[in-house]
Design a protein around this ligand. Structure first.
Ligand code: NAI
Length: 336
C-alpha cells in the first residue's frame, strides 16, 4: 500500500481526506507540525509527502526527503513559493499542486475584507454590542464608479473582477502575461503597474510570489498610490514589505489594509496563540490599526474548497502511483 504523510494538518484537513481514504486506498498518516528541516525525519517510510502553505520544502529539506525515499511532493495548495522546485527536479522528485480548488473562495474573501474595511463592519459589530449606536468614524465610500487595480489576472483575480464589475467599478489590471482577449471580454484595461498604483482606489494582489514580485509593494510603490487607497492582499505575505505598509498607514497614504497573508505568518497562522504574548512587533503594530483587518490565511477556507483540495490531491497521488502523466505538476522554471 502506498504511504502518504501529510504535514501541517488541522482537524478539518483530516476530515476531508478521511472521507476519501477508502476510495483511494492509500496508507495516510497526518502530522500537525509544519514540515521543515528539523522534523523531516517524520517523513521516513513515505512514498509521498503532502504539504500546505506554511510548510518549508527548501533545498535542504527536499534533499532530506529524497534521501529518505520520498518520491513525490504533493502540495495541497496552488502557490508553490515554499518549495525549492529546482532542487526537487535535481532529486528527480516531481512536485504536484492543486491549481484551482476554489478561486471563488479566495475572491469572495477579498471582497469580504474590502467591504468590511470600507463600511467599518468590524468596528460597528463591537460598537452595537456595547450599546454604542453612533456612526462617528464609520464613514465609507461608494464602490460604484470607483477604480479597482488588480495585480495578476489569473483564476482568482478573474472571479474578483466579475464581482467588482457587478458593483459598477472600473477595473485596471496588470499582469506579466496580459490576456487582451480576456480584457476585451471582461471590460477591463491592462495598464502599467505605475498607472495602476496612481489611479486605483482599491488595489488587490493576485499574482504569485516569485523573485520578481517579492516586496513589490514597498516604499516606492506606496508613494505612488492614491491617498486613502484600500489595499487587499490574499496572495502571499511577502508581496508586501510590511514595515513600508505600516509607514504608509501611519502617513495615511494607505486608507485601509485587508491582509489574509503576512510575511511572517508561519509562526502564528492556523494556531491559537491567545495564551501567549505576541512577540512579533510588526504584527502587533499591524493589529493595532483600526483600519487594518488581518485574517489568518483563510481565503481558501470554504467547504467546497476543502473538498476540492482533498479530491485533487488524491487524484494527483493516484496518477503518480499508477505511473500516469501528472496533469498538475509544477515545473522548475515556474519560479523565475
Ligand atoms: P493563477 O496562476 O491562476 O494566476 C496568477 C496570475 O499572476 C497569472 O495571470 C500570471 O500571469 C500572473 N503573474 C505571474 N507573475 C506575475 C508578475 N510578476 N506580475 C504580475 N502578474 C504576474 O493563480 P491564482 O489561482 O489566481 O492564485 C493567485 C495567488 O493567490 C497564488 O499564487 C497564491 O499565492 C494565492 N492564493 C492564496 C490563497 C489564500 O487562501 N489566501 C489560496 C489560493 C491562492
Amino acid at each position: 500500500m502506498n504511504k502518504v504523510i501529510l504535514f501541517g494538518t488541522q482537524p478539518y484537513d483530516r476530515e476531508s481526506f478521511e472521507q476519501l481514504r477508502d476510495a483511494y486506498g492509500f496508507d495516510i498518516c497526518y502530522h500537525r507540525s509544519h514540515l521543515n528541516i528539523h522534523n523531516v525525519a517524520l517523513a521516513q517510510g513515505a512514498d509521498a509527502v503532502c504539504i500546505f502553505v506554511n510548510d518549508t520544502a527548501d533545498a535542504e529539506t527536499v534533499r532530506a526527503l529524497s534521501a529518505q525515499g520520498v518520491k513525490l511532493l504533493a502540495l495541497r495548495c496552488a502557490g508553490f513559493n515554499n518549495v525549492d522546485l529546482r532542487e526537487a527536479a535535481r532529486c528527480g522528485m516531481p512536485v504536484v499542486r492543486v491549481p484551482a480548488y476554489s478561486p471563488h473562495a479566495v475572491a469572495e474573501h477579498a471582497v469580504a475584507l474590502l467591504l468590511a474595511l470600507n463600511r467599518k463592519i468590524h468596528r460597528a459589530y463591537w460598537r452595537t454590542r456595547d450599546g454604542n449606536f453612533s456612526l462617528h468614524g464609520l464613514l465609507g465610500f461608494d464602490l460604484y464608479g470607483k477604480t479597482a487595480g488588480i495585480v495578476g489576472t489569473g483564476r482568482i483575480a478573474r472571479e474578483l473582477i466579475r464581482i467588482l464589475k457587478g458593483f459598477g467599478m472600473e477595473v485596471l489590471a496588470y499582469d506579466l502575461y496580459p490576456d487582451p482577449e480576456y480584457a476585451a471580454a471582461a471590460g477591463i484595461t491592462y495598464v502599467s503597474l505605475d498607472e495602476l498604483y496612481h489611479r486605483s482606489d482599491v488595489i488587490s494582489l493576485h499574482c504569485p510570489l516569485t523573485d520578481a514580485t517579492r516586496y513589490m509593494i514597498g516604499d516606492v510603490a506606496i508613494s505612488q498610490m492614491k491617498p486613502g487607497v484600500v489595499l487587499i492582499n490574499t496572495g502571499r505575505g511577502q508581496l508586501i514589505h510590511t514595515e513600508a505598509l505600516i509607514d504608509g498607514l501611519k502617513e495615511k497614504r494607505i486608507g485601509a489594509a485587508g491582509l489574509d497573508v503576512y510575511e511572517e505568518e508561519a509562526a502564528y497562522f492556523y494556531e491559537d496563540t491567545s495564551d501567549r504574548i505576541l512577540d512579533d512587533d510588526v504584527l502587533a503594530r499591524l493589529l493595532s490599526f483600526n483600519n487594518v483587518i488581518v485574517t489568518s490565511h483563510q481565503g481558501f477556507f470554504t467547504r467546497e474548497a476543502l473538498a476540492n483540495i482533498a479530491h485533487t490531491t488524491m487524484e494527483n497521488l493516484r496518477a503518480f502511483f499508477e505511473g500516469r502523466p501528472l496533469e498538475n505538476e509544477v515545473r522548475a522554471d515556474a519560479q523565475h
